[in-house]
Structure formats: C-alpha cells, structure tokens
Design a protein around this ligand. Structure first.
Ligand code: ATP
Length: 430
C-alpha cells in the first residue's frame, strides 16, 4: 500500500540531508539506511538526551560499551538461538517472503498460492577467525552485553542494589520484510538499560521507569495524543519476560512500538550462570544471602525515535501569506541550533560583523552561516530543517551592537546584545 505522505516525507528528508538509503548508488538493500549531515546530528542529540535521562540524572546507573559480535554460547544462554525467530511464508507467485502475521495473502501481489509457514531465525551469523571454527553472531540486542558483564561492573564499581547498567550501540536483525522507512531495519541502534533490583522491588521500579520514559517523550515535545502505553497480554510475552508495557507512537502507518519496557525477572542472569558456570548472583550484606536480582529493562531504538520526533515536528502553516513548511523540533533535538544571517550580503560591514558573530558562537554551538538569497527565503530554509532561531545582523547592529533573534515557531523577533548571545542560547538550551 502506498502512503503518499510518507513518500513525500522520505523525499524531503533525503533532500535536506537527514536520511539516505544505504548504498543507494548501487541500488541499495532494504532495511539499511544512512544518516546525513542533519540526521546524524539529530541522532547524537537523542542519544545524549537519553543518556541524561537514564544514566547521568540517576545516582546508580553505569554506562558500558560492549562487543557487537559474540560467540554462539551467549545466544544459546540468552535463548535467542531457540526462540528468536519469525514465522516466514513465501509467495509462490512473486516470491516475496513475509511474516505470517502480515496476513493470509501475499502483501505485494495478493496471491493465496503460498508456501507452508516455517521458522526463520533473525540473527545474522558469521565465522570468527581464519579457521572459521568459532561460530559468531551479530547481537540482536545490546542487553546481553550487559548480562555477560554483570560481575565485572558489580565488582569494579562495588555498587549495591538497586543499580543499572546501560548500553548503547548497533543491533542487527535479519528482518524478513523490512518496511516503513526506518521503522523496521536490519541494522539499527538501541539504547537499553538493565536495571537490577531486589525481586520484591521489581514492580516498583517497573512503574518508575515506565513513567520516567513516558514523560521523557512529552518533555521533548511529543504530542500527548500521539503516544500511548500498551500493556502486552501474558500470552504474547517474550520468552524471558514477566511483564511488558510498550510505548506506541502514532506513525503515518498507525500506532507502533517505539520503546519497550520489560520485567525480565531473573531469566538472563540465571541462564548465563548455567551456561558459563560462573555464579551471577548478588550477595546482600544486610540479608546475609545471595540471590539473582530481577531486571527492569527500558529498550528503545534510536531510528524509531528519530522518525517519531521528525513526524511529530512536521507542520505546514502560512507566514505573510506564504505557505511554510516547518519542523517544530524541540531545540535540544534540532540538528542546527541557529543560523547567522547578514541582512544584506552586499554590505561589507554587515557581512564582517555577521561572520565575526558566527566565528565566535560556533565554538560553543552547532550553527550555520548563510548569506545567499532573500532574508525571507533564508528564514524558510532554516524553518524547514527545524532550526529554532535565526540571528539577523542589520544596519542597527553596527551602531547598537545588537542583533535580532527570530523564533522559528512564533516568527517573533527580539533584539539581543551581541555580547549576551552566548548566555541567551545557553539558557534556552538548558
Ligand atoms: P517489533 O515487535 O516491532 O519487531 P520488538 O518487540 O521485537 O519490535 P524489542 O525487541 O522490544 O522490539 O526491541 C526494543 C526496541 O528496539 C524497539 O522498541 C524498537 O525501538 C527497536 N527495534 C527493534 N527492532 C527493530 C528494527 N528491526 N528496526 C529498528 N528498530 C528496532
């Protein structure tokens, strides 16, 4: 099914330098996308904001960074080898392969002439080393890197329960039918927290993280009507989970998961203890006993977040009788914080002052300088890529040592002293 808005949007994001199909000059492979000059900045901002929420604003959460390729035993222990599959069906007419849950007919040609459903494991496999004797797998989630390092972190930080270990990085899933732009990818980035608690406190921490993560989206401008919590019925829980609540966002193709919260119980630590022969228990000095902590896991995919923030911010309105295309991104997420614009590009003094201001401020902020075209067109260019402010240097600036700062959303302008600009933006971005 064609989605006209989505097609227009994908084109727009490509033209502006947000997101490109990977290896497009060779025709590309579905499920792989690259991030351009603006998209990669946005990704970085989202990661930093997640880190602030989940790691740095917490007393007892540690960040680690773990291997992408892991030996087979890790995924035998985690249950991925046995359980991490989709049910695949092939259309005998057009040979499209799709997931059973996508329907009883081929989603492309509509044929009912289909193969029998069969299991398809979603992990990418590789061989490690020159002899090729070691079976390796690209990780399908960042979480296992945390569990295999549980003892290392516990011993090196000497921390006590409850505490968390966060891991950010690429994950790989050989999705059968990657679709919907960057929603379902074969290579993507995850931001995961494994928060270890006493078993009897797991419910409390589940709710704590659910609320914290939900409010994070609202605080960054996601519209309340576009995000909802969805409790997963017991019968549909993954093999490791005691409870799951997903956060769903209203994408152009309907509400779909952007982040999942799970109570993984003691499944992972127990299994890794069993398979490694190392005891991954926690010694509780107060209770004088050892036990397996429970794990609460908020898990988000960065690309789905980028997608949601972009869709949510997209707007069209009219300014001075002209249609305007605007990305109302939260300033903290916007790739470029402001543009410095000389009102007239043929007046040397104005251009020089604007360039001086730009040279000074770009040491602290991601910003751009633009002197091409009419001022109205330059404003609109910035509106389109979500730049929250434009600094305009005019004749008065030469005398009064001030500039106008235009707000993207209200289009209102205020005069600010040049020497106060840095503080002005630092405050806005706090
Ligand atoms: P889905 O049901 O959509 O396949 P999932 O339930 O398998 O997702 P989880 O295993 O809970 O996903 O992964 C946690 C998060 O990782 C998801 O909320 C999503 O943001 C992200 N994610 C998972 N699979 C993909 C993918 N193929 N492409 C992009 N992001 C993904």
């Amino acid at each position: 099914m064609k989605n006209e808005f989505l097609e227009k949007f994908i084109n727009f994001l490509k033209n502006e330098g947000f997101i490109f199909q990977s290896n497009e000059i060779y025709g590309g492979v579905s499920g792989f996308y690259d991030f351009g000059p603006l998209g990669s900045l946005m990704k970085l901002n989202i990661k930093n904001l997640w880190l602030k929420d989940v790691v740095f604003s917490e007393k007892n959460v540690f960040l680690i960074d773990t291997s992408l390729i892991n030996p087979k035993v890790v995924f035998e222990a985690s249950g991925h080898l046995e359980n991490f599959f989709d049910i695949l069906i092939e259309c005998k007419n057009c040979h499209l392969r799709f997931k059973k849950e996508e329907g009883e007919k081929c989603p492309d040609c509509g044929s009912s002439n289909l193969t029998k459903p069969r299991k398809f494991n979603l992990m990418f496999q590789t061989k490690i080393g020159s002899t090729g004797k070691i079976d390796g797998f690209l990780r399908p989630e960042t979480a296992q890197g945390v569990f295999v390092n549980f003892l290392n972190v516990l011993n090196s930080t000497r921390t006590k329960l409850p505490f968390g270990i966060a891991n950010i990085g690429k994950s790989f899933r050989n999705e059968i039918n990657p679709r919907n732009f960057i929603f379902r990818l074969r290579e993507f980035e995850q931001m995961e927290l494994e928060f270890f608690t006493k078993p009897q406190e797991a419910d409390f921490w589940f709710n704590y993280w659910l609320e914290k993560r939900y409010n994070w989206y609202l605080s960054l401008g996601i519209k309340k009507e576009n995000i909802k919590k969805v409790e997963i019925p017991k019968s549909e829980l993954p093999h490791y989970s005691k409870r799951n609540v997903d956060l769903h966002y209203n994408f152009p193709f309907g509400f779909q998961e952007i982040e999942g919260l799970a109570n993984r119980g003691d499944y992972d630590l127990k299994r890794h203890s069993e398979f490694s022969g190392k005891s991954l228990t926690y010694y509780d000095q107060k209770e004088k006993e050892s036990y397996f902590p429970y794990v609460i896991e908020p898990s988000a995919g960065i690309e789905r977040l980028v997608f949601a923030f972009l869709v949510d911010a997209f707007d069209e309105d009219e300014v001075d009788g002209k249609k305007r295309f605007v990305l109302r991104l939260n300033p903290k997420i916007a790739p470029i914080k402001f543009a410095v614009l000389p009102l007239l590009s043929n007046r040397k003094e104005i251009v020089r002052l604007a360039q001086d201001i730009y040279d000074n401020l770009r040491k602290e902020f991601i910003c751009v300088y633009d002197e091409n075209g009419s001022i109205g067109r330059r404003y609109r260019r910035q509106d389109e890529i979500g730049t929250p402010w434009c600094i305009t240097v005019d004749f008065e600036s030469l005398e009064k040592k001030d500039v106008t700062v235009r707000d993207r959303d209200s289009t209102k302008q205020e005069r600010i002293k040049i020497e106060e600009l840095e503080e002005f933006f630092l405050n806005k971005l706090k």
